[in-house]
Design a protein around this ligand. Structure first.
Ligand code: MSP
Length: 641
């Protein structure tokens, strides 16, 4: 991926819509991009790592309207949550671009005007279909059952005067470009997808809307605002100061080495964006990599399915590095991959606690036990050390190659073969026997060799788990900063050093024993329990239920029912509709303004034709029904637990 002759490296993530808080899928792309950015910095490259937010468009406009705030006010709040998440995940971006930034808006207008002046953009009128959640135009023939082919949600009819970009002129040029640049679209499967898409016929692209006010105005026709995707892709240039007096970054970093994107937006990045660049005579990025989706039990994450995973909660529980490792290791990069809590815990326990953490911990304990004063002179290197050092060099080279071929999961698999190999080395050299036999020089050599291997591992981990890498290095009395070339050196660690003791890197996570209870013996006497036994659930299962405090902002009786109320509940960053059978105990007026406790991640249900998107908690004793509410008012959306 990285051009080795070039000393710069420019990597981007998609700029995310601040329509809602980010979920683990967004964190996935950004974590992978961060690992690549860090790795290239380790290599001594001059890296520019860009992420940001895509703030215009109809979706944001509508959400802000529904909340009664201006779009800018709304996105300002959400963007803060993006930046806070990236901080917690140790995302080392060099710039965070917002499409509402002045210089970005100016560049979008300049580019629009340039293309108009060149005859690449013309005015006409558009009649077709639009998917607001994807902000994408569709042709009648691409639509089945009135649903968007990308996300499956209903499309809307649009008929308005519009500007068009002559995308239809670029089909053959793009196909030729793909052929001449085989690494432009990756992985290969996405290239075939895009070739097929182009071969089915490209139409000119509608690049302005009159019905959407929340956008950058067409500079010479202000009743039009520029189509949000035209606006968004330009971020990759505006962040570099392109066409400003200060374009040093553009000259230094462009073309981008990698645009990392999810598979659903590869079309915008490998058809529309390159066509715009060709029309502007700007070189194209080296690679657009379209990775797969994180799915939950095979299903795409979505609010309506109630299966959205909040990365902040995972970081609270497991720490940023464990999440980073899991995302990079577990999922075959490029394909869809399942996210599950069980798989995450398995990885933490086996790879992080057992293999890595234990190697470090037991070696540091042996230093303390066998060499409480100082470390004696090392014995000579013998065959096992030579074999381990050869193995380590091979692993380091493979790790590098696999990062370069954008296969981080394989790079980590390789690295862990070294962690395991080092554990085996420790077992087979049996330091405890050497200590018993008082063979101290040999014992010192063995422990040193583990320290040296851990030093090499810590260099590779600096790109993957920065906090863990720094902790290991601290135990080795090394500075957190390191360089990739140090991973190829053997016997660099100072010989009289010891591995200092510290808390285990990753404590094992206890999981409930899922074994079946023993079956009752046939002739066992039946004893009736005096009270019905409650079915027990594990703590893990309990945590799966999301309980939150909501504020009722609206309530009304459901027509045709004397028991059901339709409630609109504010959960801080979102509103949910709830249909609840509490109409005999509460009038709608009594409920408005009340805080209630709700379950937010139940699968939504349809009740009398209405979607119920959460469940209210209430107590009932046969006479009275009472909704639960917090004893003191708290912020809407606060977790209960
Ligand atoms: N704003 C556009 C991107 C413009 S880039 C010039 C957009 N934003 S988005 O907020 O919808 O983010 C989409 C991106 O988030 C995907 O391309 C992908 O990188 C990431 N993901 C969102 N859901 C995901 C999963 N379930 N799994 C993996 N990645 C996911 O599209």
């Amino acid at each position: 991926m990285a051009n080795q002759d070039k000393n710069t490296y420019y990597i981007t993530t998609p700029i995310y819509y601040p329509s809602d808080k980010l979920h683990i899928g967004h964190a996935y792309t950004t974590t992978v991009a961060d690992a690549f950015a860090r790795f290239n910095r380790l290599r001594g490259k001059d890296v520019f790592f860009l992420t940001g937010s895509d703030e215009h468009g109809q979706k944001i406009q509508r959400i802000a309207e529904s909340k009664g705030v201006s779009p800018k006010e709304y996105v300002d709040g959400i963007v803060k949550t993006f930046q806070a998440l990236w901080k917690r995940l140790n995302i080392s971006y060099d710039d965070f671009i917002r499409t509402t930034d002045e210089n970005h808006q100016e560049l979008v207008q300049k580019i629009f005007k340039t293309l108009y002046d060149k005859g690449e953009i013309y005015k006409s009128s558009y009649k077709g279909l639009y998917c607001t959640p994807c902000e994408a135009f569709w042709l009648e023939r691409q639509i089945e059952d009135g649903k968007c082919p990308d996300c499956g949600r209903p499309v809307e009819e649009v008929e308005e005067e519009s500007y068009f970009f002559r995308l239809s002129n670029y089909g053959q040029k793009l196909l030729d470009y793909y052929k001449a640049h085989p690494t432009f679209i990756q992985p290969q499967s996405r290239l075939h997808e895009m070739e097929a898409f182009i071969n089915s016929g490209l139409e000119d692209l509608c690049v302005s809307r009159t019905a959407v006010a929340w956008g950058i105005p067409v500079p010479f026709d202000s009743k039009h605002s520029i189509y949000v995707w035209f606006d968004a892709v330009v971020n990759y240039l505006s962040a570099l100061g392109y066409l400003t007096g200060e374009d040093a970054k553009y000259r230094k970093y462009w073309p981008a080495d990698v645009h990392l994107v999810g598979k659903e937006i590869i079309r915008f990045h490998t058809v529309i964006w390159p066509a715009m660049l060709l029309a502007l005579d700007i070189p194209l990025p080296e690679t657009v990599f379209g990775h797969g989706w994180l799915v939950i039990e095979g299903e795409k994450m979505s609010k309506s399915k109630g299966n959205v995973v909040d990365p902040n909660l995972l970081i609270d529980e497991f720490g940023a590095d464990a999440i980073r490792y899991f995302l990079l290791r577990e999922i075959t990069f490029g394909s869809d991959g399942n996210f599950s809590r069980d798989a995450l815990i398995r990885r933490i326990n086996s790879d992080l606690a057992n293999d890595l953490g234990n190697l470090l911990h037991r070696t540091s304990s042996m230093y303390e036990k066998y060499f409480p004063e100082n470390v004696p002179s090392l014995g000579i290197e013998e065959e096992p050390e030579k074999e381990l050092s050869k193995f380590a060099k091979e692993v380091v080279a493979k790790f590098e190659a696999k990062i370069d071929s954008i296969e981080p999961h394989v790079a980590l698999e390789e690295l862990w073969s070294l962690v395991r190999r080092c554990n085996k080395y420790l077992d087979s050299t049996a330091p405890w026997t050497l200590a018993k036999n008082k063979d101290y020089p040999r014992l010192a050599r063995v422990l040193y060799t583990v320290g040296e291997t851990l030093r090499i591992i810590s260099v590779a981990l600096a790109a993957i788990m920065p906090e863990t890498s720094a902790k290991i290095r601290e135990q080795l009395s090394l500075p957190a900063e390191c360089k990739w070339e140090e991973a190829y050196i053997w016997n660099q660690w100072e010989e009289d050093k010891r591995i200092l003791k510290a808390d285990p890197l990753f404590p094992r996570i206890e999981v409930e024993d899922k074994e079946e209870p023993p079956k009752k013996k046939q002739n066992e006497e039946k004893v009736e329990a005096p009270v019905a036994k409650e079915e027990q659930v594990s703590f893990d299962d309990f945590l799966k239920v999301h309980l939150k405090v909501a504020t009722v902002v609206f309530a009304e009786k459901v027509e045709g029912s004397n028991k059901l109320l339709r409630i609109e509940a504010d959960l801080g960053l979102e509103k949910r509709q709830i249909v609840a059978g509490i109409g005999k105990a509460y009038t709608p007026e009594e409920l408005v303004g009340k805080q209630i406790a709700v379950v937010t991640n139940l699968k939504p249900r349809k009740i009398m034709g209405l979607d119920s998107e959460a469940m209210i908690l209430a107590a009932e004793d046969g006479k009275t029904l009472s909704v639960l509410n917090p004893e003191k008012p708290v912020k809407a959306g606060s977790s209960i637990g």
